[in-house]
Ligand binder design. Structure first.
Ligand code: PRX
Length: 635
């Protein structure tokens, strides 16, 4: 029996039990039946979380683009693979068939080769949501180059840090991007970043906004003429199962972002499997995930998961508010979208607007709704369910992470009954556990604790690029023998999981993971700033917003606070990007510290959240007197 597509709840339980009893048999059957391999594996799994080392399908040989493209050509060559919907609704959508995608990826792969890119080299992709982004990702994979996509909203400094960390030798970008009514000059951001990146010798530039940009001799080249001249036949590089497919950076608790390294075979198998089941994907569906390919959601559920299932995946360049707040729903009607996958922050923003923006469109094509990136609050869940899904499209609240590669906990629409705010049950093959603060597993239901995963899954990140020790410390040290997610969760009476939020120094703002340390590092570069601490506080649309407590140096005393606030947000924008700007900045004469000198963020968080009645014991602080002063001046 194939376990690939689960259609009933009893079947889910049966398959789930099997996946726990015999995880290797479970994954092996899926791998065997649904993919093409150049050589079969010798060993399904070897693992040791103490090192940590995990290998899936060792010995197998494959290329993921053969699975995402080539194998569909015979039966689905004319089917739309990528449906590109531009920023401007008056610009025509592009239906890129599997045949055309194949041709474009092959040409692009040959261009990469002609520029000296080889198997194992890292290529940085800094592009807006245009077809070239998906094509360049696949072109890298075709020749075995490791892609590192950097979200095109990141600043020059953030881009340079990522390029240097993984030693990219090439950057692929565009002359600019459209974002609602604005255009963004991406190329000059790249130029600025490359002042600090001596290892990059080639920049390929896609044309999107036809702006007059600076091209550096012997480094920058327009992409299109190179593609036109390239052959449309590029044989795949045959990869080992465990060869790295890509690096994707995520924020961490120190200033350096973590370059999560994903493998080839395991990632392919699990993104495909989870896509099929979580979206209950069927052949003629039109699937749309609104994420940017710069994030893991885009990698796994715009590119690899859908394409390996031969699906039609919509790629949207625009924003939900342009030309008005009906844009998402207009696109759903226009393309008869069947699965729609977005983030709670977008739902909350749209729910604030007039319902007419939703009601004037025909959304009857929708069968499945998805949510990802942060906990979805009850109100947003109901708005989505009532007004978008018309109470007939189940909502898959999908919990997962950059590090997990694939969706881990989610209801399977039409299979698992949904409960608002609950990500519900683990997917087959995933073994979540809750741990208490003393490192003990909490058994039973109606309990809460720290969410860990106790058994390896194929699409887990294998390491942090260049820093395996940090990988071990971040994910495998808090709870021995387990992967620690950094999230808190509760398990209800029937075993459903509800993710309650981060328990570390990561704050999720508008669905974006932001480490507090990199933001503090940026702020501390301001010449007037002595010290800073960032915490999150609840925000109607963003979920969380950032509150900064900042102490000034003597030289900064007397400076105009509003000007300082602007300058501080400007520095953050330059170092990280506008997504990390602070909503509130309070200047203080000191920060509460423990006797060992650590800032007590717990107290600052409570003040920011206006929960001062339960501050807890402050007497152990080195400087308890600052707490009252901070409370008196709280914003
Ligand atoms: O805190 C969890 C939250 O997002 C974190 C992962 O962020 P990132 O690596 O950027 O990946 C986001 C897209 C997969 C998690 O540790 N998170 C993600 N999905 C959910 C969620 N929190 C609650 N419910 C979710 N469905």
């Amino acid at each position: 029996m194939s376990n690939y597509h689960i259609k009933h709840l009893e079947e889910y339980f049966k398959v789930y039990r099997k996946s726990v009893r015999e995880p290797e048999v479970f994954w092996e059957e899926i791998a065997e039946e649904h993919f093409i391999w150049r050589k079969r594996w010798d060993n399904v799994l070897s693992w040791d979380f103490s090192k940590p080392e995990v290998k899936w399908f060792e010995g197998a040989k494959l290329n993921i683009t053969e699975n995402c493209i080539d194998r569909h050509l015979r039966t689905k060559g004319d089917k739309t693979a990528i449906l590109f919907e531009p920023n401007d609704p008056n610009e025509e959508a592009q239906h890129i068939s599997y045949n055309e995608l194949s041709e474009r990826v092959n040409r692009f792969a040959n261009v990469l080769k002609s520029k000296g890119v080889q198997k194992g080299d890292r290529v940085c992709i800094y592009l807006p949501m245009i077809p070239e982004l998906a094509v360049s990702v696949l072109a890298c994979a075709r020749i075995g180059a490791v892609h590192s996509v950097v979200f095109a909203g990141f600043s020059a400094t953030a881009l340079a840090t990522r390029i240097n960390d993984s030693d990219c030798k090439m950057v692929i970008t565009s002359d600019g991007s459209y974002r609602g009514a604005k255009t963004i000059d991406l190329k000059s951001i790249v130029d600025e970043a490359l002042e600090d990146c001596s290892g990059v010798n080639t920049v390929l530039v896609a044309k999107r906004i036809n702006s007059d940009i600076n091209m550096v001799d012997n480094r920058d080249e327009w992409l299109q003429p190179l593609l036109d001249a390239a052959s449309d036949d590029c044989p795949v590089e045959v990869m080992d199962a465990e060869d790295p497919l890509f690096i994707l950076y995520t924020s961490g608790s120190t200033g350096m972002p973590k370059g999560m390294v994903h493998s080839t075979a395991g990632y392919m198998v699990q993104t495909a499997y989870s896509f099929k089941n979580v979206f209950q994907y069927r052949n003629d569906d039109i699937y749309w995930c609104t994420a940017d390919i710069g994030w893991i959601t885009g990698h796994s559920y715009i590119v690899y998961g859908p394409l390996s299932n031969g699906a039609t995946t919509v790629m949207f360049e625009g924003v939900p508010s342009y030309p008005d707040f009906g844009r998402f729903w207009e696109v759903v009607e226009k393309h008869k979208v069947t699965q729609f996958y977005t983030a709670p922050t977008a739902i909350r923003a749209l729910a604030k607007e007039n319902l007419e923006f939703v009601d004037k469109y025909d959304l009857s094509s929708l069968k499945v709704l998805g949510s990802v990136g942060e906990p979805i609050n009850e109100e947003a869940w109901h708005w989505y369910n009532d007004n978008v899904g018309k109470k007939k499209s189940p909502i898959a609240d999908t919990w997962w992470q950059t590090e997990t590669g694939s969706i881990m906990i989610a209801p399977l629409p039409y299979v698992t009954p949904t409960i608002p705010t609950y990500a519900s049950l683990p997917l087959p093959g995933i073994q979540p556990v809750l741990m208490d603060e003393n490192g003990k597993e909490i058994s039973g239901n109606q309990v809460d604790g720290r969410l860990c995963i106790k058994y390896p899954w194929p699409s887990m990140a294998r390491t942090i690029w260049g820093n395996h020790q940090r990988y071990k410390e971040t994910y495998f040290s808090a709870f021995e023998g387990k992967y620690f997610t950094g999230d808190g969760a509760l398990r209800d009476a029937v075993g459903y999981y509800r993710i309650t939020g981060r328990v570390d120094d990561v704050i999720i703002v508008s669905g974006h993971n932001l480490g507090t340390a990199p933001i503090e590092d940026a702020i501390n570069e301001h010449p007037a700033v002595a010290e800073s601490a960032i915490v999150g506080f609840p925000h109607d649309i963003k979920g969380n917003a950032l509150y900064g407590y900042i102490t000034l140096k003597e030289t900064g005393e007397g400076r105009d606070h509003d000007n300082l606030r602007k300058e501080i947000n400007q520095i953050i924008t330059e170092h990280i990007g506008p997504i990390a700007k602070l909503d509130k900045i309070q200047f203080t004469h000191g920060l509460p510290k423990t006797r060992s000198g650590k800032i007590m963020r717990r107290i600052l968080r409570k003040i920011a959240c206006n929960e001062t009645s339960s501050l807890g014991d402050t007497s152990t602080l080195l400087n308890p007197e600052v707490v009252q002063a901070i409370m008196d001046n709280a914003l």
